[in-house]
Design a protein. Sequence first.
Length: 183
Amino acid sequence: EAEVRVVARAGAWRARPAGLEGVVTPVLVTIENGSDHTLRVRYDDFGLVGAGGRRFAALAPFEIEGTVSEPAPAYAFPRLALAPRLLGFHRGRPVYLYDPFWHDPFWYDPLYGPGFLRVDLPTGDMVQLALPEGTVEPRGRVSGFVYFERVRRDAGRVDFTARLADARTGEVLGRVTIPFVVE
């Protein structure tokens, strides 16, 4: 029988918000189904297990609540602009004085949080890039992020676990364990 391949990559998050790893632990998971079974994909089938048996649960994107601070994009700050002001006419031609002023139609108050914005979770990127729950057909492939409860840096070592089950019968076909070292 052909094989099922599961790849898990920590540290792969490059989307918005940049500080997501301070709230949850995103792991990029790819499942390649080379078997004859249709595989079930549910967040309950994934976990991170730390030393001493502590289990960090996988969370659906809409279960993640809170806010994250991230650097404000450059366009969020006011820019210096010049505004023409008619002074009068000289020999029939208008004479303008250009006054500098701060202009930005989407003004961001730097006193509110200089250089940072508060971003509500989940973001659109988190939802779009999440591993979709459902099935993986034979010879099919699915990839996306699974968000786990936050693993602290002092955890040492955790194991990524995945339970592979037949989507029709629920029969567990196998289990995958991938060790990670937390740095």
